[in-house]
Design a protein around this ligand. Structure first.
Ligand SMILES: [Cu+2]
Length: 114
């Protein structure tokens, strides 16, 4: 099964993730750091391009995450445990709030999952 994971943890670990949306790339993870020190929320963006998710190094729990779909077809960013389910039409940008619970969230695209 092809999976991707959005990992929310209270650690800062840099690991650029490029994960597939319906292609043959294996799972990746994203780690998070709380945004409680400065109050300056950094722009957190997931870009979907060429049927792949580009996920930021870290996602703080509760962070507003922007999802931009650069493809010509609709995609989604969906947690397997249904914690979140964000649909993004072709060329559109949407936002959602990352879960407050730190942890690993397996994500996939509902339109192109295997
Ligand atoms: Cu898709």
């Amino acid at each position: 099964m092809k999976r991707a994971a959005l990992l929310l943890v209270a650690l800062l670990t840099a690991a650029f993730a490029l994960i597939a949306c319906g292609s043959d790339t294996d799972s990746s993870t994203v780690t998070t750091t709380p945004a409680d020190d400065t109050g300056n929320a950094e722009a957190v963006m997931i870009v979907i391009k060429d049927f792949a998710f580009e996920i930021p190094d870290s996602v703080g729990p509760g962070t507003t995450v922007t999802v931009r779909n650069d493809d010509q077809v609709e995609h989604s960013v969906t947690a397997r445990d249904d914690t979140f389910d964000v649909e993004v039409e072709a060329g559109e940008t949407v936002t959602f709030t990352a879960p407050e619970e730190s942890g690993t969230y397996d994500i996939y695209c509902t339109y192109h999952q295997r």
